[in-house]
Design a protein around this ligand. Structure first.
Ligand SMILES: Nc1ncnc2c1ncn2[C@@H]1O[C@H](COP(=O)(O)OP(=O)(O)OP(=O)(O)O)[C@@H](O)[C@H]1O
Ligand SMILES: [Mg+2]
Length: 309
């Protein structure tokens, strides 16, 4: 469905080039949901935005993003616009800024439907209410008639998910869909995403490893712009091999809240050798000298670590 080959996404800045995504290779199969996790600022959103090509014009992007046989990075903006929303859609990180405050919910969803379906306004609005109801939003007709500020955070998040899926895209990018939600709402949102994306391919960007474990088939771990480990969700949660992934898991509240010491490195001038070595409890000489390649440990399990070699 989607194959990312040697993707580099860089932003020029007064201090030098910010290497937000560095040589990423990733495949997402038909009907596969892949989680992308990692600390704040490691490049997750930029990777998602690179796929859908919503980045500032000064951004430098290299590599290939093959979607259904075509390289998205070579498409003209008009061609990309036809795919965006319809075939590939993105559920954005912040519903408060992504929903239009002066348009009723039903009208916003109807707009998405009309962009991609041949129907009139009235049909699109009826369809919008149907989709809201299907997303288990109580009193869907009333909700459709409300403005974003009239909805709770959890309800807004649901509306964002509904909007992201209203055009029946085959590939969905969801950026932090469970961020800032209380645990009850989070559980509902997880269920909603799981139900509504079944039979589609999805890249789910999240800090929430538990949510990724419930929704995703596989998980990729990102650190300082690079992919460090990739495996089935079960393996990442229960048998991670990279020290960073192990640290990330131990820092979860459910696993004892043990933080990884040190802080995320600069993306302009990342550490020599393994980017994680300054914070790694197992760092060896070679880790300071050489940059590890990502290697296959067993079927479907990859890690970028000399300890795993
Ligand atoms: N338009 C831009 N210009 C310059 N730098 C940028 C731009 N967008 C993102 N960055 C930088 O790229 C890096 C990766 O950012 P990104 O938003 O992808 O992180 P993230 O992993 O999504 O973090 P979070 O978990 O906090 O959302 C950061 O250092 C960020 O400052
Ligand atoms: Mg982000």
């Amino acid at each position: 469905m989607l194959e990312i080959i040697n993707l580099k996404t860089q932003f020029p800045s007064p201090d030098g080039l910010v290497n937000a995504v560095d040589s990423a290779d990733l495949q997402i199969e038909d009907n596969e949901r892949l989680g992308l996790i990692g600390e704040t600022g490691c490049g997750k959103t930029v990777l998602g935005m690179s796929i859908i090509r919503l980045l500032p014009p000064s951004t430098r992007i290299h590599g290939q993003i093959i979607y259904k046989g075509r390289d998205l990075l070579n498409l003209k903006e008009e061609e990309m616009r036809l795919l965006r929303g319809k075939e590939i859609s993105m559920i954005l990180q912040n519903p408060t800024t992504s929903l239009n405050p002066v348009l009723k919910i039903g009208d916003q969803i109807a707009e998405v439907i009309q962009l991609h379906k041949d129907c009139n306004r009235k049909e699109a609005k009826t369809k919008a209410v149907e989709i809201l109801a299907a997303a288990m939003i109580p009193e869907a007709p009333k909700r459709a008639d409300q403005y974003p500020h009239e909805l709770s955070g959890g309800m807004k998040e649901r509306v964002m998910i509904v909007m992201g899926l209203a055009s029946q895209p085959s590939f969905v990018i969801a950026d932090e869909p469970t961020k800032g939600l209380d645990s009850g709402t989070k559980a509902e949102i997880i269920r909603l995403i799981r139900d509504m994306t079944s039979g589609r391919s999805m890249l789910m960007i999240t800090h929430d490893l538990a949510a990724a474990g419930e929704i995703c088939d596989r998980i990729a771990v990102m650190y300082a712009g690079e992919l460090l480990e990739m495996a089935s969700a079960k393996t990442i949660l229960h048998d991670p091999q990279h020290p960073y992934t192990q640290g990330f898991i131990n820092s979860l509240p459910s696993r004892g809240l043990l933080p990884i010491s040190g802080s995320s490195p600069s993306l302009i001038d990342p550490p020599h050798g393994c980017r994680f070595h300054p914070r790694c409890p197992w760092a060896m000489d070679i880790c300071r000298r050489e940059h590890p390649q990502i290697i296959k440990l067993e079927k479907g399990h990859f890690s970028r670590c000399f300890l795993c070699a």
